[in-house]
Design a protein around this ligand. Structure first.
Ligand code: DOR
Ligand code: ZN
Ligand code: ZN
Length: 391
């Protein structure tokens, strides 16, 4: 079995710190099997499955189910993320220790889709995380500043009469938790940075020695609130699409290393939750199969990252942040490869109906994007090849 690699770029398999797989609870929109297929086709060899499932992944039963199912499907390493608190609006810390020590070996805990607003709960989680050697990932939203928010607070939202999500709702809580993490000597990971001001906060926190890492989504690198013009709910996402000066600042911060990595925030939704009024639509967009192409478009083509840099932001840094020793490296001598082969010159047209996800909510529908993934290998085994998953 030969893969023709003439003219292709080889990169270490990608690691996604932020994927919504919807199992258990919304298997009509994505399952661990369909999400794993999308991941393998997107060049990923490891994904972290976000905790806002139904039931919430705040206990060992749910995280072990996700872990076991990922192993059975065997297209990508699926690492469950645990919820920081119990339930969607939890006031009480989840049993992080039990999940960390379980079969699933949970190493990241997050409030994504759940929002820990209470600084005392966040402080306790950070303190607890130190002893367990796990990472707290924060959704970067002060929910008391986003009540009713439908879009980035700015000109475009005002023109359309949509309640605004201010940049300060993100920046204030990121600053707060950087200070708390520094104070207790814990690590903090910031999810989906979306504003220029958050990049400034991170630059400041890193300069003063805080152990903070951060991710940016492909959609916040490419898309801005010009997209509000059409009212198409496919563009509704949390945090919202910001301004073109934000996308510019995010690209610069990723090139500089102030933002460490790219994470998809892959968020599949059912047609009825997107083909409706803007205010009724659920936030989120697909990302696994388009991430690399958007990174090439926004970072490689303008000369902000070379291929070495792509390997860093898509694979090495996320593997380091999550503490995955067997990911994030090109082939080590004598070890089976976690590898992706990319045709950097080829261009493809995005078609949501053809993506492996059960859902079709891609904001890139009909766009021609650069970079085609020709093959993905997980520990030496081909998981995807020429747009098909291995059977
Ligand atoms: O856009 C989003 N979608 N943001 C979140 O925080 C949650 C996610 C989801 O679960 O759909
Ligand atoms: Zn989020
Ligand atoms: Zn998310």
């Amino acid at each position: 079995d030969v893969i023709e690699a003439d003219g292709l770029v080889a990169l270490p398999g990608f690691v996604d710190l932020h994927t919504h797989l919807r199992e258990p609870g919304r298997e009509d929109t994505e399952t661990i099997e369909t999400g794993s297929a999308a991941a393998a086709l997107g060049g990923y060899t490891a994904v972290f499955a976000m905790a806002n499932t139904d039931p919430v992944a705040d206990n060992t039963v749910v995280v072990e189910h996700v872990w076991r199912r990922g192993r059975e499907v065997a297209l990508v390493d699926v690492h469950p993320i645990g919820a920081v608190t119990v339930g969607l609006k939890g006031e009480r810390l989840a049993e992080m220790g039990a999940m960390a020590r379980s079969l699933a070996g949970v190493r990241i805990f997050s409030d994504d889709g759940m929002c820990v607003a209470d600084p005392l709960i966040m402080r306790r989680a950070l303190e607890y995380s130190r002893g367990l050697d796990v990472l707290i990932a924060q959704h970067a939203e002060e929910p008391r500043l986003t009540v009713g928010a439908q879009a980035h607070e700015g000109e475009a939202a005002a023109r359309l009469g949509l309640a605004g999500w201010p940049a300060a709702a993100e920046e204030s809580i990121v600053a707060r938790d950087c200070l708390l993490a520094g104070h207790v000597g814990a690590r903090l990971h910031v999810c989906h940075v979306s504003t220029a001001g958050t990049a400034d906060v991170l630059r400041w926190a890193k300069a003063r020695g805080t152990q903070v890492s951060a991710e940016v989504t492909p959609h916040h690198l490419l898309l801005d609130d010009d997209r509000l013009e059409t009212y198409d709910p496919v563009n509704k996402v949390n945090p919202p699409l910001r301004t073109s000066s934000d996308t510019k600042a995010l690209r610069a911060a990723l090139a500089e290393g102030v933002i460490d990595c790219v994470a998809t925030d892959h968020a599949p939704h059912a047609p009825q939750d997107k083909d409706c009024e803007w205010s009724a639509a659920r936030p989120g967009m697909l990302g696994l199969q388009t991430a690399l192409s958007v990174v090439i478009e926004t970072m490689v083509r303008p000369g902000l990252l070379d291929w070495r840099g792509v390997a860093r932001v898509m694979s090495e840094r996320p593997a380091e942040i999550a503490g995955l020793p067997d990911q994030g490296r090109p082939i080590a001598v004598g070890e089976p490869a976690n590898l992706v082969l990319v045709d950097p010159e080829a261009v493809w047209t995005v078609n949501g109906a053809q993506l492996a996800s059960l859902a079709g909510n891609t904001p890139y529908e009909g766009m021609r994007l650069p970079g085609v993934i020709k093959g993905t290998l997980l520990r030496g085994k081909v998981t995807a090849r020429d747009g098909r998953v291995a059977s």
